[in-house]
Ligand binder design. Structure first.
Ligand code: ATP
Ligand code: MG
Length: 434
């Protein structure tokens, strides 16, 4: 829009046109205030009824809340106004009128159910807190990209419609692809490995993953955003180093550039990038420490996956981000490499926030024979993956990588109660639209 000034940029003495939503109208009798909101904040518009044109006053004061208006006028200093300035209008134009009944209150005075908010995201994200989460999300992704570029990784995009799954058959969404069976991809795992074996060597991807998980939990989505890394000539220690720097860079970007947003979320005071280095506990140490907390009814034994309560108990004990390394080979996927000197032990790792798992990764099996054996052990038909295993005949270096859930990163960073808060239009068991 030509000549539009953001409310935050309106300075005393300026003659401006501001445009945005009618946040509130307060009629005090002889004088009335309209609060106009845009992406940068709010500004007070003053109507002195006696001194102003009746039509102007009527347009300004009778327009329904959340209508879009454009106001041209003079900016003056006014210490009693919320932002210290106010606009005396010369003209008011209603650009797009809103219904008087709204499904939720964007001023945030009345709480709405999460499902109502998600059904009406446009209105919901007129609230400061919602706006703040998605501005922070963008900054997180910027910080992540920056760290990857510093680690010499190239951003790639791999297909989301695929012929085969990688993480076992049950979590796949089948689709029909020109009469053939196909699936929505659960992870870019095999593709990123194939490209790490090209001359690109170090690659990263930020893209959707699809998981047909049956359960409805506050930390699972059926469509999530995965931040993936894969690096040739990397072992699992190198991969953990990159993981740590990516997560810290995301926090630093937010700490540096999102002060207003953190304030909107009431986090400005306590927000801090995590301390480094993240402790690296072996799986064995992890189960010992969980058992020692006495929080579980039954003691964990070697080979058990960590139950959610176990992860929580350990998280409280460690008190910050940490890695769990050296998992039993049998509970990690086939593409993870085992330790040279102990085939029971894998190079797989998870990176944990005290509340939940954020990352899974490891060094990959790049020896073709062992890889094919792995497929068979996992009950997968190696022939279906020929496009992948074939490349291991043509020189694939040792490589390692990981996947980090972007929404879980946001959720833990901003202490959100539900992962759905960090997605514009979540996909879960019930929710397919909007
Ligand atoms: P969990 O055991 O917590 O369900 P997972 O081990 O099945 O996770 P991975 O396959 O290891 O998940 O995926 C790597 C990362 O991707 C996870 O650590 C998590 O951050 C994210 N992720 C995986 N599945 C989901 C999901 N359904 N919803 C949101 N994030 C997910
Ligand atoms: Mg995992």
């Amino acid at each position: 829009m030509e000549n539009r000034t953001y409310t935050a940029d309106a300075e005393p003495g300026d003659s401006v046109t501001v445009a945005g939503w009618v946040h509130e109208v307060r009629d005090l009798g002889g004088i009335a205030f309209l609060i106009l909101r845009d992406t940068t904040g709010r500004i007070q518009v003053k109507f002195e009824k006696e001194e102003m044109d009746d039509d102007l006053v009527e347009t300004g004061l009778e327009v329904a809340r959340e209508s879009v208006i454009s106001v041209t006028g003079q900016v003056e200093e006014e210490p009693r106004a919320p932002t210290g300035v106010e606009v005396t209008p010369e003209s008011v134009e209603v650009v797009s009128e809103a219904d008087t009944e709204l499904p939720l209150d964007p001023s945030g005075k009345v709480d709405a159910e999460l499902s109502t908010r998600l059904d009406n995201r446009t209105l919901d994200l007129r609230r400061e807190e919602g706006q703040a989460i998605f501005e922070i999300r963008a900054e997180v992704l910027r910080g992540v990209r920056e760290a990857f570029r510093e680690a010499d990784a190239t951003e790639i995009n791999t297909p989301k419609i695929v012929a085969t799954g990688t993480e076992g058959g049950t979590e796949l969404f089948p689709i029909t692809y020109f009469g053939r069976e196909a699936f929505m991809n659960q992870s870019p795992q095999l593709f990123k490995q194939l490209i790490a074996g090209s001359n690109l060597e170090r690659v990263f991807e930020i893209g959707p993953i699809f998981r047909a998980e049956e359960h409805n939990t506050p930390r699972h989505l059926n469509e999530a955003t995965s931040i993936d890394f894969e690096g040739a000539f990397c072992d699992h220690h190198d991969a953990m180093d990159v993981c740590e720097s990516v997560v810290v860079s995301a926090y630093e970007a937010v700490a540096e550039n999102c002060e207003t947003q953190l304030e909107a979320l009431d986090l400005a005071e306590e927000f801090e990038p995590p301390e480094t280095p993240f402790p690296r506990l072996s799986y064995e140490e992890a189960i010992e420490r969980i058992n020692a907390t006495g929080e579980l009814d039954e003691q964990l034994v070697w080979g058990d996956d960590l139950p959610t309560e176990g992860e929580k108990a350990l998280g409280d004990d460690v008190g910050g981000h940490y890695f769990i390394t050296d998992w039993p080979a049998e509970i990690k996927p086939f593409y993870i490499m085992d330790h040279d000197d102990d085939a029971e032990l894998s190079t797989g790792f998870d990176m944990m926030h005290p509340r939940m798992e954020l990352v899974s990764g490891g060094q990959r099996e790049h020896r073709r024979e062992q890889l094919i054996e792995g497929f068979e052990q996992q009950g997968l038909d190696p022939d279906a993956f020929e496009y992948y295993t074939k490349m291991f005949q043509y020189g694939i270096p040792p490589h390692a990588g990981w996947g980090l859930g972007a929404e879980r990163l946001l959720m833990t960073m901003l202490d959100l109660g539900n992962i759905r808060e960090a997605v514009l239009f979540p996909r879960d068991r019930q929710r397919l639209s909007p």
